[in-house]
Design a protein around this ligand. Structure first.
Ligand code: NAD
Ligand code: DAU
Length: 356
């Protein structure tokens, strides 16, 4: 039995909580804050999976709502019914390659969907913005690409290069504009590449783990000399917890792993770990590496300066890359049913179109 909504200290709407990062954020909040009522709103697109949060589905402070953030009327109705006082907004189309082949849905979900949530929040909160917060989860890709040196800071100019990053940049601008124009209380965080359990195998690390297990080619874009800054997903969820509770109104926080890797070096390390875990001879997985046509508009290098969140809120990653990668590999090896379920059906069509 759930307590009445008003018996909870906060009614928090988390969007996209059946996806990769969202599921870790939902779990952290449900377990750590029994005094909060957590509503997980997700439309269960190809990337959403209720298996990701099966362990907490019966918690007394948790409810799941299947809804589309593009349905403005339904979103308004849900705000009226449940009187959410805070939003942590993660729902999005999140994969760059899909944005290249189908950009429009990225505008709809990432831009219009975000506006729908803010409109519903303002309508419900009108006149009383105290203790209200719209927390928008964004990406470092809005800053575009770095050269050999330098880091993205909170004041780096936006310069997005893919339809995905353009849609995320537009949504960030709208959140900021709603803050300035309508006084919407907001926080935005821009995070680097996440990895860890429950990531859909379209993204580099889970795709390559899955292909190594199946002895399939490892499709490396271009020369593989592209750099990303990797962060274990649970450390991102910890940062979101801190920024949600202690972040300054109308501010932005960069979150990153202090952990830059060129793709090819990361892939070789992953191959080495997989050979050991699968009792294969050294070099067996590496032999699967296949260089293929580059991603159009491929950003050369991302690297985050996370010193603001470190100094202001005391956040730092808790897991080293070696530990995080090992935990991730082990999770995928122990959860073969999860991966088998998500690669059935429409994934096969996507894979054929993207790689074959
Ligand atoms: P994901 O693709 O794994 O999950 C997205 C979730 O949103 C899914 O559960 C999906 O069902 C849901 N969703 C999609 N469209 C929806 C709609 N119209 N209505 C309701 N729900 C919808 O994404 P992720 O990797 O977990 O990313 C979550 C957020 O974090 C995104 O906003 C993304 O831009 C941002 N981000 C991701 C990374 C990363 O490395 N993955 C890094 C920085 C920021
Ligand atoms: O930086 C944060 C972003 O990181 C998030 O906002 C995005 O949601 C998330 O998808 C991720 O974007 P990337 O494009 O960096 O991630 P992806 O895993 O797709 O690719 C990582 C790198 O690996 C990139 O340089 C492209 C390369 N790559 C990727 C795939 C899927 C390959 O070489 N081959 C592949 O098959």
């Amino acid at each position: 039995m759930k307590m009445e909504d008003k018996a909870f200290k906060k009614n928090i709407l988390i969007t996209g909580g059946a996806g990769f990062i969202g599921s870790h954020v939902v779990r952290l909040f449900v377990k750590k804050y029994p005094q909060y009522h957590i509503f997980n709103l997700d439309d269960l697109t190809y990337a959403g999976n209720l298996e990701n949060i099966k362990d907490i589905e019966k918690a007394s402070n948790y409810d799941f709502i299947k809804a589309d953030i593009n349905d403005a009327d339904q979103i308004k109705e849900l705000f009226q019914i449940h009187q959410f006082d805070s939003v942590i907004h993660l729902a999005a189309e999140s994969h760059v390659d899909r944005s290249i082949s189908n950009p429009k849905i990225f505008v709809e979900t990432n831009v219009t969907g975000t506006i729908n949530l803010m409109e519903a929040a303002l309508e419900t909160w009108r006149g009383n913005l105290e203790n209200k917060l719209f927390y928008h989860i964004s990406t470092d890709e809005v800053y575009g690409s770095l050269g050999e040196t330098g880091l993205f800071t909170e004041t780096t100019a936006y310069d997005p290069n893919s339809p995905y990053s353009a849609s995320k940049a537009a949504s960030d601008h709208f959140v900021r504009a709603y803050g300035e124009t309508y006084n919407l209380p907001y926080v935005i965080s821009n995070c680097s590449n996440n990895y860890g359990p429950n990531q859909f195998p379209e993204k580099l690390i889970p795709l390559f783990i899955n292909n190594i297990i199946a002895n399939k080619a490892l499709p490396v874009y271009g020369d593989g000399r592209y750099t990303r800054d990797w962060l274990y997903v649970i450390d991102h969820a910890r940062a979101i917890d801190l920024a949600f509770h202690k972040g300054k109104n109308k501010s932005t926080y960069n979150i990153g792993g202090f952990n830059e890797w060129q793709n090819i070096d990361l892939i070789k390390l992953l191959c080495e770990i997989m050979d050991k875990k699968l009792n294969r001879s050294a070099g067996e997985s590496e032999a699967l590496i296949t260089f293929i046509k580059d991603r159009p508009g491929h950003d050369k290098r991302y690297a985050i300066d996370a010193s603001k969140i470190n100094k202001e809120l005391g956040w730092e990653p808790s897991v080293t890359f070696e530990e995080g990668l090992m935990k991730t590999v082990e999770w995928y090896l122990q959860n073969q049913n999860w991966i088998r379920a998500v690669v059935s059906g429409s994934y096969q069509e996507y894979y054929k179109k993207q790689y074959l």
